[in-house]
Design a protein around this ligand. Structure first.
Ligand SMILES: Nc1ncnc2c1ncn2[C@@H]1O[C@H](COP(=O)(O)OP(=O)(O)OP(=O)(O)O)[C@@H](O)[C@H]1O
Length: 262
């Protein structure tokens, strides 16, 4: 990874609307993210946070607007919500972490000595020395989260997407994993994390996107997480309505200028 921080955006959202079967879950998002940004995505349950990550991953095609990748589509590493992970099988920790190499060397490449060292180093960085031969299904929740971060380290991606990475993780593990997030930033990687702990966001994430289907704020965290926006988010906890009218995607962006992260 290059350490240099680019002045130009690496991702732009242009009046982006994402959803399912033409029913929007994220409305009219505009703004941009620079290389090395640490962006927290916050908001009520069902607000569209995971949907945005799926859109970035290319799993969902925009219903309207678009993602722009000014420097080319980034190599991405993605940590899904724990509830979405089925890791209840007897794979060894070392083998699981080495899967982080897949994007570069393919699934069936022989595990080289260099790879073994990389796996060992990654486990060391997350405080999991000596766990190489343990099976995944024998790990505690916090240990498993450390191993998932070790695999992210091996992916060596420029853009790292984390969906609720610290849910049900104790304070000391959270602090260790947050230190890795800061290290990624120092290395020039861009991190987008879905989070629920607003104090943690204020302390560690300089940028914030507050989503409650509509964009309630996008910019410096101190300006986004203000009582007025949070109160609006609380009021907009209405569940996703599959019978809601299809968004009129021909309408020009309804987003006020203040919501743009320029
Ligand atoms: N595959 C799907 N098909 C239809 N609707 C979906 C699908 N996935 C998500 N949704 C709906 O889209 C809306 C946004 O969901 P999303 O998972 O993005 O919310 P979230 O902000 O990540 O919520 P949480 O904090 O609860 O994880 C929700 O109302 C959800 O029910």
């Amino acid at each position: 990874m290059q350490k240099s921080r680019q002045q130009n955006p690496v991702i732009e959202f242009e009046n982006l609307t994402l959803g399912y079967e033409r029913h929007p879950a994220v409305h009219h998002l505009s703004g941009h993210i620079h290389q090395g940004d640490l962006l927290a995505v916050v908001g009520p349950n069902g607000g569209g946070k995971s949907t945005l990550l799926k859109g970035l991953m290319g799993e969902l095609r925009p219903l309207g607007g678009r993602f722009i990748w000014p420097t080319g589509r980034q190599q991405m590493a993605y940590l899904p919500q724990r509830a979405r992970l089925d890791l209840d099988f007897p794979l060894r920790v070392a083998d699981f972490v080495s899967l982080g190499h897949w994007p570069r060397q393919g699934a069936f490449a022989a595990i080289s000595g260099a790879n073994r060292r990389a796996v060992h180093d990654a486990l060391h960085q997350v405080g999991m020395d000596g766990f190489e031969q343990r099976s995944l299904d024998s790990l505690s929740g916090g240990q498993l989260q450390r191993v998932l971060f070790a695999r992210l380290l091996l992916e060596d991606a420029g853009l790292i997407l984390l969906d609720e990475p610290f849910a049900a993780v104790d304070e000391s593990t959270t602090q260790d994993l947050l230190a890795l997030v800061h290290q990624w930033q120092q290395q020039g990687r861009t991190v987008i994390a879905v989070l629920h702990d607003l104090n943690q966001v204020r302390e560690h994430f300089p940028l914030c996107l507050l989503l409650a289907r509509d964009v309630l704020g996008f910019g410096p965290t101190a300006e986004v997480l203000v009582p007025q926006n949070l109160e609006r988010a609380r009021r907009m906890q209405a569940p996703f309505d599959p019978l809601a009218p299809v968004c009129d995607l021909d309408v020009e962006s309804a987003m006020p200028e203040a919501h743009r992260h320029d």
